[in-house]
Design a binder for this molecule. Sequence first.
Ligand SMILES: C[S@@+](CC[C@H](N)C(=O)[O-])C[C@H]1O[C@@H](n2cnc3c(N)ncnc32)[C@H](O)[C@@H]1O
Length: 298
Amino acid sequence: MAIEREVAGLRCGEVLAELSDFLDGDMSLERRAQVQAHLDGCDACERFGGAFTAAIRALRQGEPMPPSEASIAFARLSVRLENAGRVGDPATGGFMSGTEHFDQAAATWDLADRRVLLAHAVAEAISSRVPLSKELNVLDFGCGTGLVTLELAPQVGSMSGADTSPGMLTTLAGKAESQGIPVRLLPLTTEGTGDLGGPYDLIVSSMTLHHVADVPALFSRFVQHLNPGGQVALADLDEEEGTFHEDAAGVHHQGFPRNRIHDWLEDAGFRAIQVETATVTAKEGKDYPVFLATARRA
Ligand SMILES: C[S@@+](CC[C@H](N)C(=O)[O-])C[C@H]1O[C@@H](n2cnc3c(N)ncnc32)[C@H](O)[C@@H]1O
């Protein structure tokens, strides 16, 4: 039986838990170096790796990988490395946009347990605080790969997903088709404009508000796309110190104070506003509380 090892101050399980972030480049340079040192020095990770086994082998030995989700991840890492000269280089004007970041991350997004668990916790929080039924037409704003979308869809009448990233929507389309769950896809411009469809009975969103520059304007837009009495259920980070995102491309807010979300919703015309803890997500050993704001259109 394989024995988990500790190398470079990390155990194999810790490395595997963060390998998707490593492959997506979504990790501090210090942590990246630590993970790389572990992979270079550890011959046990391959035996624990599951979907990542081929990626780990390739990272250790530079071998080509068989076609798999891991190889997609590795290809994306290669693209990021090729782009490294222009990413974050103001001299070239070549900062990667938020949309490019999500396009590149789309194929490996769901490989990070942290994201899957967070989305599941948010979906559970939504369904425990908003009565879901087959009567409801629902929009998931910033749906990404559909982690929340596809969990809620079977509980409601119709589900639409809006997102600025074509890569994320493509991944969602593939998952929806293979799971036999109908989802209407609404591609938005890189600025987030575009037809949101509707009117809806419920608009949900998870971990997207901090990518939106003008959140009060978005809340007003939600009002216009809701039926009278329609609801929102919006999850995002509590205010944090800017440590959650290593790559700040497209990040407009370092979380939010809950009273600010409350006031913005009230100003937009929402009532029965509640902002409560949905879950707590951990990243690189630090806890980040996530709120769920629920409110009803007057
Ligand atoms: C952190 S991901 C969350 C995805 C998904 N909701 C989940 O919980 O897994 C943020 C998503 O918001 C999208 N996004 C970023 N800016 C946006 C905007 N202005 N309007 C709509 N979607 C946006 C990104 O493409 C990405 O899919």
